[in-house]
Design a protein around this ligand. Sequence first.
Ligand SMILES: Nc1ncnc2c1ncn2[C@@H]1O[C@H](COP(=O)(O)OP(=O)(O)OP(=O)(O)O)[C@@H](O)[C@H]1O
Length: 602
Amino acid sequence: MEIDSVPVESSVWVGRKRYRALLSRWYFSWTELDKKNREKKTVSVPIGEVVTVAEGRLEIQPQKRVEDTDRDFTLFYVKRSSSSSGGGGGGKGPLWSLGRTQFCCPSRNLRDQWVAQLKTALKTHCPSRPHRLLVFINPYGGKKRAKEIYHSIAAPLFELAGISSHVVVTERANQARDHILKKDLTGFDGVICVGGDGMFSELLHGVIGRTQQEAGISEHDPTVMLQPCDLHIGIIPAGSTDCVCFATVGVNDPVTSTLHIIIGDSQPLDVCSVHHQSTLVRYSVSLVGYGFYGDVLAESERHRWMGPLRYDYSGCLVYLCNRSYQGIVQYLPADPQISSPRDNTRCLSGCRVCSESTERLFPHFDSSSSIYSRQISQYSNESNGEWMSVEGRFKCVSLTCMSSSCPRSPDGLSPSAHLADGTADLILVRDTHPLGFLTYLHRHTTTQDQFDLPFVEVHRVKAVRFTLPLEDEEVCEYEESEAQRTEEVLGDPEKPPVDEIESCRDGSQHDLAGKRQDEPWNKKKGRKRKKKQDFLCGLCCRKPPTVSVWNCDGEILPYTEISCRVRGQLVRLFARGIEEKGGTWKCHKGSRNCKGRCVLHP
Ligand SMILES: Nc1ncnc2c1ncn2[C@@H]1O[C@H](COP(=O)(O)OP(=O)(O)OP(=O)(O)O)[C@@H](O)[C@H]1O
């Protein structure tokens, strides 16, 4: 049935008020009329944000109630409110809730036509909505409320929207990742995690790994072009850290996230692959951090019993230790003509830089075909450019593919970073006095520019390498069983043995020496490894450490010398980036798929 056929316009009643309802190409709107037929206020809902339409009077809250009346139909859609007005989202973007309006038509025939027209419009304009989802719930994440959040909030909304889901409540770490890697996923349009950043990371590794397996691509080669992933990932926040959700949606709110999933929003996301020599170690979307952020994570692992408070406690402790580390950072700069980490822009919904990057990264991309058919072209451009090198003592070295904003740091580590432009921001904080470093840290919680400090530099990059200066190569012994550990990180159900890492950092005599003798790593550049060092320092130390550890999205990496490469738009989330509160979603002419989604209804 053609959308432009009758009826596109008719009188309807909402309660006792008379309205003129109109279905145009991209919107359904209803305008209040007074007794003299003069128009009063209009409510306009993009078809893309209609959740469902049903005959009769339908309610789902506080519980489901259906009344099959002849002339009524009920419309469910996305409604926005300011996140500061409550709801627990506490974020940068608006909170979404389920809007519901009940319309009464002059006749049953007209009611049936409205329902049919709206359903056809949904089918025609929203072909990318999911129909079947695979949901992983981590019952131990955050405040252990993930099951309750899913069953009381997300599941009823999925049911309303006609989405079926297969639910897996995890029984161990990495179960979700292994499931995605190994099980039959035919028929699923997306994978969802109900948990925190750790659960998201499992899904990320599963989806990327599976896509490469199916495409016959080795993930280990940092120079190879990885296959962009078709299977969307959704996050229903229920963890103690939900940074990825916050940075891609703007709030940590299960209803908002569920509605983004239902309407099939699609946000491409850059991913950083972290390698050690010629082996993939992990993928990251938010932070790959050495020095302060690595030490805080390592310290916090010892105090898990404290819950989320452990990060504050460990942050204070590590700050007081006043450590800095020697290193050589090499980076491949991104094109400064396109954007810069200090251009004071923000990556918001419909971001021009990101949408133009799609064309740059995938010039032969055809929006009418699947993501799989994108031509592989990204890395011909990517390897271009001259590597730069910085050597010195650093308080921290951070690489972030996104702003990494979170409720505590609403602008994030790099406020002008983009979600999907194929670049990451490299932040180098050189050794400085403790007060200077405190100023740097404090500025993350304010609107002051954290890069406007003499000991801080920031670069927009496509790739990074970190090595230790020859004279300072005192690396913890846990590096030396690297091949085995990488297998554990990527291929084995067990996580990296953090306890071993910890014992190494503690200076305990965990003996891995037997494993190292014949390893090529020892022969590299003819270097001779010195003996393991005690790690603790500052308040609690015997000897200051010479190396830190890498924090990769909340996981400790088992290597110090790493290389990172940004994989532009490798995955897609059920999200749309951060919307400006109460504002209009700007339409950048020429950006694909704008299709009327670019204006927000009030
Ligand atoms: N059933 C399970 N038992 C133990 N660990 C699990 C289980 N399911 C998932 N995990 C692991 O728990 C870790 C933390 O989960 P999640 O991210 O959901 O919660 P979180 O409270 O935000 O955690 P954190 O802040 O520690 O990252 C994840 O890395 C995941 O691999």
